[in-house]
Design a protein around this ligand. Sequence first.
Ligand code: ADP
Length: 295
Amino acid sequence: MELIIQNLSKTYPNGVTALNDISLHIKQGMFGLLGPNGAGKSTLMRTIATLQDADGGSITLDGIDVLHEKQKVRERLGYLPQDFGLYPRISAEVMLDHIAQMKGVIHKSERKELVGTLLQKVNLFKDRKKALGTFSGGMRQRFGIAQALAGNPSLIIVDEPTAGLDPSERNRFYNLLSELGENTIVILSTHIVEDVSTLCSNMAIICKGEVLMQGKPSDGIAELQGQIFQKSIEKAALSEYKGNYNLIATQLKEGKLSLRIKSESDPGNGFVPVPANLEDVYFSYISQKVDPITL
Ligand code: ADP
């Protein structure tokens, strides 16, 4: 199972180039698409989900031409968009039954079984009679997964799934997602580094419509090992450091500014070496395109 994206481009009528010659090779398992807001993630997800056309390039899913054979893709696709409208007064069970019907499960008894299985899978069976409008953020997301799973998709796209979830809801959602990755392609689009480090075996970093990095999170981290240094400074001294070091992140801690820099040799001047993590990988790529202070 593989999704191959080649030289994909999209410029909106207002002149914004959201995708600039994107190429990605995505295999079975969880794939993290990481990038800041405005990077082009949703545009890419909507294009793969056949909801939007590209200006150029190609996408194939196991040989299916995604940009042209839309119906074939839709039959294999589960999509959980950033905000999906829920009918607030309809119960989870009724809504899911309706979705299963739209996805081609025509027999009522088959649907009943499918809906029950899906609701159990996302731990909403006991809430199946409740109106969707009464669901918490975490319940909504889990319902979103259930509807995306209807029809046994081989490709699942999840756009910014953990925004707005509290830590325990996020945890439950992580567990659910990681089960899915076993026999499908799951693309997880997010600006949250932790989502990718927790869940994904492969990833790409995109920014301003371009792929900056593609590979395994662990390889990205290994490449940076020994090159990350940290120092705590007074806030006012920042401008001095900004020009002299390759600054990849800053964090305000107890009134002082903690700087993380990337340097191939020991920078001295009070900087201490620290282990690299995925956030460093992310910011070291992103900082080539965007000032990390303004991120
Ligand atoms: P992300 O999901 O990474 O935040 P998007 O794909 O939503 O990124 O947006 C990429 C860029 O394209 C942004 O600059 C955004 O403002 C612009 N954009 C997105 N959708 C539209 C649209 N329908 N019309 C015009 N510009 C758009």
